[in-house]
Design a protein around this ligand. Structure first.
Ligand code: TA6
Length: 278
């Protein structure tokens, strides 16, 4: 069942419930901010002090960073692009299977986006809520010139405690350490005892987030880069909409086209970034 809801300030979202899972998706940013299988703990982390306000990105869930990841050369433009703070259109849903709900959201260029990014585009998000979570972000170029994108499904995972966590799937992968801008190579699993902000490259295969009592797997398509981020103590104090100990219970593993994984989309062509979480 899907239900359209609104907060008292007018902030609109859709609640999804089926026999396998439940979820919540805001129309701003087509931002999934809750996903849990029936009878299980939520998979996604959501800040207790997040804003749910037009123009401000929700802190947690799955922000969509698009059409650029990170800073733009023009620092007056929003970090991680404009998609996460734009109002998307809810296009349709498919509820024909009681264990699975699929929803489609769309964002197209408008006067405001053309001022920030000079291309005509159609961006679609297909989300499937079942015992797996699938997100497909399809970029179509409807301009007459090619464009480049970087992007991410900036997924915040909820963890029991960051010190209990390890991440498998990156052994021997090169990465850019975004804190020092040095190129390094991963040795073994990733564990956390300080701030981590890395863009892993040449990623292929399933990533496993191992926590004390559960394992979450992530499979990406249309992507060879994955960002791993935990702000740790100092950075958390400077982050908006995060409590001071929030870093203890979250970890971002972001299915991306970032750093050297830039995608060129030619006129009338599409590129799809897909993440499956199970
Ligand atoms: O993906 C990691 C990152 O780019 C970090 O550098 C960090 O700043 C984070 O995203 C959150 O960015 P935001 O714009 O949501 O505050």
């Amino acid at each position: 069942m899907i239900t359209h809801k609104k907060l008292p300030n007018g902030f609109a979202y859709i609640e999804i419930k089926n026999s396998a899972a439940e979820a919540k998706i805001a129309l701003q940013g087509a931002h999934l901010f809750h996903y849990a299988r029936v009878g299980e703990e939520p998979i996604l982390w959501l800040s207790e002090v997040s804003d749910f306000e037009l123009g401000k990105a929700i802190r947690g869930g799955v922000p969509i960073c698009w059409p650029w990841f990170g800073f733009n050369e023009d620092r007056t433009l929003p970090q991680h692009g404009f998609a996460r703070v734009s109002l998307w259109e809810f296009v349709c849903s498919d509820e024909s299977d009681e264990k699975r709900t699929t929803l489609t959201f769309r964002l197209t260029h408008n006067k405001k986006t053309l001022q920030m990014w000079h291309y005509k585009f159609e961006l679609e998000l297909h989300v499937t809520i079942s015992d797996k979570l699938t997100m497909e972000l399809k970029t179509t170029n409807i301009d007459d010139k090619e464009f480049e994108i970087t992007q991410a499904l900036h997924t915040y995972f909820k963890v029991s405690h960051i010190s209990n966590v390890s991440v498998k799937g990156f052994n021997k992968n090169p990465y850019l350490d975004a804190l020092t801008y040095k190129n390094k190579v991963q040795d073994g699993d990733i564990t956390f005892n300080q701030e981590v902000d890395r863009v892993y490259q040449e990623v292929d295969g399933i990533i496993v987030l191992k926590d004390k009592k559960r394992e979450i797997s992530i499979n990406n398509d249309g992507s060879s880069s994955v960002v791993v981020w935990n702000p740790w103590i100092e950075k958390t104090l400077r982050m908006s909409a995060m409590k001071k100990d929030a870093y203890e219970n979250m970890l971002c593993i972001e299915s991306a086209n970032a750093f050297d994984d830039v995608r060129v989309v030619k006129p009338q062509k599409s590129h799809t970034l897909k993440a499956t979480i199970f």
